[in-house]
Design a protein around this ligand. Structure first.
Ligand code: PLP
Ligand code: TYF
Length: 400
């Protein structure tokens, strides 16, 4: 058996790191994967995470029992509060079913499979472009994936007209995936006024909104501002799905901690929805991991740690924003042809540079700069020290 099995290709994003690791050049730069790095190029464990872990380790009552299928109750409550807001009517009316899942990816997968089993419409509209894992997650969950226009390469901004047209033409009831903030890979988000128009269209066509919130706090540095679009939808009384990740905003990547929340019409519906989510989760992985949920719960439920977290989070967001300014200034100083102002207009972890696959290939070969073939660079992988090298590579790519 398996003698004929084909070698699978590397993942388009994670494969960039594989190639980077094999490169012996000392000037190499990995701007592929969206993972935060310090100014020294090192992964960062937040100080509040260390403190929470100390508290957990020093507590002799902590045991390693299985969590329930739906995960840690205190974590679930605090996660819903974080994304929907403490004063959210949906939470107060107990209309939200929240289950702890394996980070953002697992939350999307569980939500997708729940919809494939229990929702009358099996089509999900995802933005074009979107995070490369989205179409795969939803297809394997049993949904049928279509796209809506999102990005306009000619303006390097939102294709708002195309978005409204495509969602306007979607069959009533279709599911719509929306990036809550810091759209990956484009770094282009709708304005609040545009979100309001999207919300009205979604509700008038009875589309079902499914938010992917992987960057709360990372876009603007404010947890509240980045949750605004989700809160607009959660506050209008209609249904809303949200997949939350703590990978980036708490730096808990490998702990795989996240949550799926489903806002329902009544508390009775929410409790039946939760009972069905358990039937999705049990045969998939039985129950979620304990450690990451305890860390998040400790931080979110302690006002001192929470405040410290918001400061550290803002520090990460601000460093990324400062990388944007520095990169733009470096290109302008070199007189690199073209308008590069989108570098500071886009938000979140990534800049969608507009460089094409050939230029990306050139930069990898000649400058050992690694990024995804769509021209996305992770701003979090840059530092003041490495920006000149990137600017040289980009300048050469567009002038050679
Ligand atoms: N959704 C988007 C848009 C992302 O960019 C990511 C990670 O990069 C995820 C979801 C999920 O990540 P994780 O499963 O590590 O939470
Ligand atoms: O950089 C990105 O867009 C993501 C990062 O288990 C990622 O693909 C990497 C590993 C993982 C989840 C997300």
């Amino acid at each position: 058996v398996f003698c004929q099995i084909a070698q699978a290709p590397e993942d388009p994003i994670l494969g960039v790191t594989v190639a980077y690791n094999k490169d012996p050049d000392s000037s190499k730069l990995n701007l592929g994967v969206g993972a935060y790095r310090t100014e020294e190029g090192k992964p960062l464990v937040l100080n509040v995470v260390r403190q929470a872990e100390q508290k957990l380790v020093n507590d002799p009552t902590r045991i390693k029992e299985y969590l329930p299928i739906v995960g840690l109750a205190d974590f679930n409550k605090a996660s819903a509060k974080l994304i929907f807001g403490a004063d959210s009517p949906a939470i107060q009316e107990k209309r939200v079913a929240t289950v702890q899942c394996l980070s953002g990816s697992g939350s999307l997968r569980v939500g997708g499979e729940f919809l494939a089993r229990h929702y009358h419409q099996k089509t999900i509209y995802i933005p074009d472009p979107t995070w490369g894992n989205h179409p795969k997650i939803f297809t394997f969950a049993g949904l049928s994936v279509k796209t809506y226009r999102y990005y306009d390469p000619s303006t390097r901004g939102l294709h708002f007209k195309g978005l409204l047209e495509d969602l306007g033409n979607a069959a009533s009831g279709s599911i719509v995936l929306l990036h809550a903030c810091a759209h990956n890979p484009t770094g282009v988000d709708p304005t609040i006024d545009q979100w309001e128009e999207i919300r009205q269209l979604v509700r008038s066509k009875q589309l079902l909104p499914f938010f992917d919130s992987a960057y709360q706090g990372f876009a603007s540095g404010s947890l509240e501002a980045d949750a605004k679009p989700v809160r607009m939808f959660a506050a209008d009384g209609g249904e809303c799905f949200t997949a939350q990740s703590f990978a980036k905003n708490m730096g808990l990547y490998g702990e795989r901690v996240g949550a799926l929340s489903i806002v329902c019409k009544t508390s009775d519906v929410a409790s039946r929805v939760e009972s069905q989510l358990k039937l999705v989760i049990r045969p998939m992985y039985s129950s979620p991991p304990l450690h990451g949920a305890c860390i998040v719960s400790t931080i979110l439920n302690d006002s001192n740690l929470y405040n410290e977290w918001t400061i550290e989070l803002k520090g990460m967001a601000d460093r990324i924003i400062s990388m944007r300014t520095q990169l733009l200034e470096a290109l302008q100083a070199k007189g690199t042809p073209g308008d590069w102002s989108h570098i500071i207009k886009q938000i979140g972890m990534f800049t969608f540079t507009g460089l094409n696959a050939e230029q990306v290939g050139f930069m990898r070969k000649e400058y050992h700069v690694y990024m995804t073939s769509d021209g996305r660079i992770s701003m979090a992988g840059l530092s003041t020290k490495t920006i000149p090298h990137l600017a040289n590579a980009m300048h050469a790519a567009v002038t050679s």
